[in-house]
Design a protein around this ligand. Structure first.
Ligand SMILES: [Zn+2]
Length: 141
């Protein structure tokens, strides 16, 4: 069994739900059997858990190991590479990606920007190759 913290895009309610496995979650979501307990909307997505790692001070120190710093530096390089070779489209990512895919817009460079997990999944379903990249802020050491 796996517990997911879910988020309703319609009324912003957060709630927990149990699933046999991640595939069951995907299946229920696809067939629109996932509903918000408050407003009954099926615009449900998984909440991102990542920030909770950073909020814990002890865990943060543990994470500041050499390996952690090494990976962070790699991510910084990766980020620099993307910045130099791709065009930033911000929150418009899903829209821009579709424009390019369906050839309504021509762009020489690839694009990068912000998208929710749901948006990325939708793009993938439409056959638009989308990659989720780990992103870190420049201010972070
Ligand atoms: Zn709701």
């Amino acid at each position: 069994m796996i517990k997911y913290n879910l988020f309703c895009k319609n009324c912003s309610e957060n709630f927990d739900s149990w699933f046999a496995n991640s595939k069951e979650y995907e299946k229920l979501k696809k067939s629109k059997y996932l509903n918000c307990p408050i407003c009954n909307s099926n615009k449900i997505e998984k909440s991102l858990m990542a920030p909770s790692i950073i909020n814990n001070k002890i865990e943060k120190n543990k994470l500041n190991t050499k390996k952690h710093i090494e990976i962070k530096n790699k991510l910084k390089e990766y980020k620099k590479f993307i910045k130099n070779n791709f065009e930033y489209v911000g929150e418009n990512f899903a829209h821009e990606a579709r424009s390019i895919h369906y050839k309504t817009k021509k762009k020489e460079k690839g694009i990068y920007g912000k998208a929710s997990i749901d948006e990325v999944n939708e793009l993938l379903e439409e056959g638009i190759e989308t990659e989720v990249v780990p992103w870190i802020n420049d201010k972070e050491n």
